[in-house]
Structures are given as C-alpha cells and as structure tokens.
Design a protein around this ligand. Structure first.
Ligand code: IPD
Ligand code: CA
Ligand code: CA
Length: 272
C-alpha cells in the first residue's frame, strides 16, 4: 500500500535509523556464519533435500535476541521459526543464512538477510556476504549501497547480452512447476543464466549491476524482503514473473534492471 505524502518523512526517518541497526546486526550475524563455515556442522533435513544447520539457528538466535533486546515491541518473522507479533508497526523479516546448501558444502556463496517493514510497507534491509565482506543495504527513498558506495542496476537493454540468475525450490524433484522449462526457454535467449544458490545475493548482485535480471518461482518473504528494497532503490524493477505487482508474500519474483523488464515478462509468459 503506498504511503501518503504526509507520512513519508517520518517513515523515511525511521527507516534510516533502523537500517543502520540492521547493518550492524547483519555484520555480526555474518561473522557467526563465517566462523561456522568449513567447520563440522550439525545438519537436519526439513524435507528430502532441504537442509538446516546448527549455524542457521545460531545466526537466528543472535539476530532475534538483539532485536528483542533493543526493540521489544517490534514483530519478527524468520525462516527458522520465529513469528512474533509486535505492537509498534515494525516487522523484521529475516533469513539467518541464505544459501544453506552452498554453506553445507563449503561452496562460498551465502549471506544473512535482514529486512523490515514499517506499517506493512517494505522499508529497508541489509544483506551481508561475509566471504567477500560485502554489505548491501538500502532503505525507502534513501538509495542502495554496497558498503559505503552507492550502487545502481546495469544499463543493458539486449537479452542476448544479458547475464541472469535464477534458482530452484527444494521440491524440484517432485513438483510440476519446477522452473526447468523456464530455465531452458530463457537460457536460449540470453547471454547466460547462473544458479548461484542464494536468492538474496542474486538480487543484490542485480542491484550492483553484476547481473541484469533474476527470476524464481517459489521464494519466501525472508529470501526477498531485504534485497527487494535494495534492487528497487538501485533503480531496478520487481514484479511477479508474468508482470503482476509483487509483494514479498508472493512466491514468484522477476527482478530486472528495469530496461529488460518487459522483454523478460514476455519471455517468461511464453510470448517471446
Ligand atoms: C534458498 C536459496 C536458493 C533459492 C531457494 C531458497 P535457503 O534459500 O535462496 O538460492 O533457490 O529457493 O530456498 O534455503 O538457502 O535459505
Ligand atoms: Ca533463503
Ligand atoms: Ca535460510
């Protein structure tokens, strides 16, 4: 829901304050991830191929503990089980470790993602990649940044020169809607499609101009909350894959450098 002009300034001010807290927290949680990387992990399975490690839980405890201490009235929604109601209008949406399959294999693409809403409006977020010491962050009306540098999406307009990323949900082995058909269709039209294994990093790399577009069919709010605002503040555009308006509670997402958006919607809708 759009914020009225009268409310915009206080929300922006609040967002700028909260994003600074989110940045520090993402760095602290990222350090926990980095310390656990390449160590012996305790791994449980939430499904056939969907792992969760002791480090996912350790990162989540650090983040939720800190939010509860500093902002006891804020609501929190996380991947690993926290869903608390608040009384303040602020809700934190957190993936304590995005890229758990990579992490469990020692494949160094993973991050922590901390986003927040103010009165139901996505208002800011921070994503920290401890392998590259890259902190992506942004907030409503405040721009998008990689560490201290402002970032913006690429200017590519041609599909055949575009580098894309996508991902596959954990039900790939059994679900009919598994993204493999779309992957094949898109791969034939663009310069390349990558599958890095962390949706939040994919989106941040789009925001930084390293990728030109990203799509995925079955994401969760914690995968996209922080990075969606970073993409939008970097000048990118987000929608559902067939072009409808996107919210982080929708499963499918198309994010582009804006210039490729219509072409990507047509491609993903089978009209190209
Ligand atoms: C997964 C990653 C992956 C994406 C999956 C997500 P997790 O999150 O973001 O890139 O393709 O859809 O579930 O399980 O590593 O937090
Ligand atoms: Ca995730
Ligand atoms: Ca996760």
């Amino acid at each position: 829901m759009p914020i009225s002009q009268a409310k915009l300034s206080p929300v922006r001010r609040e967002a700028s304050k909260l994003v600074s807290f989110a940045r520090d927290l993402a760095i602290d949680a990222g350090r926990v991830l980095k310390q656990g990387f390449h160590r012996r992990l305790t791994i449980q399975y939430k499904g056939r191929i969907d792992p969760v490690t002791d480090i996912d839980f350790k990162s989540e405890r650090l983040i939720t503990g800190s939010i509860a201490k500093h902002f006891p009235r804020h609501a929190i929604l996380t991947e690993e089980g926290t869903n608390s109601k608040g009384t303040s209008g602020v809700r934190w949406i957190i993936d304590p470790l995005d890229g758990t399959v990579n992490f469990a294999h020692g494949f160094p693409i993973y991050c922590v993602s901390i986003g927040f809403e103010i009165d139901g409006q996505l208002a800011g977020g921070a994503i920290f990649d401890p392998e590259r010491d890259e902190l992506f962050w942004g907030y409503l009306g405040g721009g998008a940044y990689l560490n201290k540098t402002r970032i913006s999406v690429s200017k590519e307009t041609r599909l055949e020169r575009a580098l894309l990323a996508t991902g596959f949900a954990y039900d790939i082995g059994t679900a009919r809607r598994n993204n493999l058909g779309l992957f094949a269709r898109v791969a034939k039209k663009v310069q390349g499609v990558r599958r890095p294994g962390s949706a939040a990093i994919d989106l941040c790399w789009l925001a930084a101009g390293r990728l030109d577009a990203f799509w995925e069919l079955k994401l969760h709010p914690w995968d996209t909350a922080a990075a969606k605002i970073v993409v939008e503040e970097a000048g990118g555009r987000t929608s559902r894959v067939e072009g409808a308006a996107h919210s982080i509670f929708a499963a499918d997402l198309l994010a582009t450098n804006r210039l490729l958006h219509r072409k990507m919607v047509a491609l993903l809708s089978g009209r190209r």
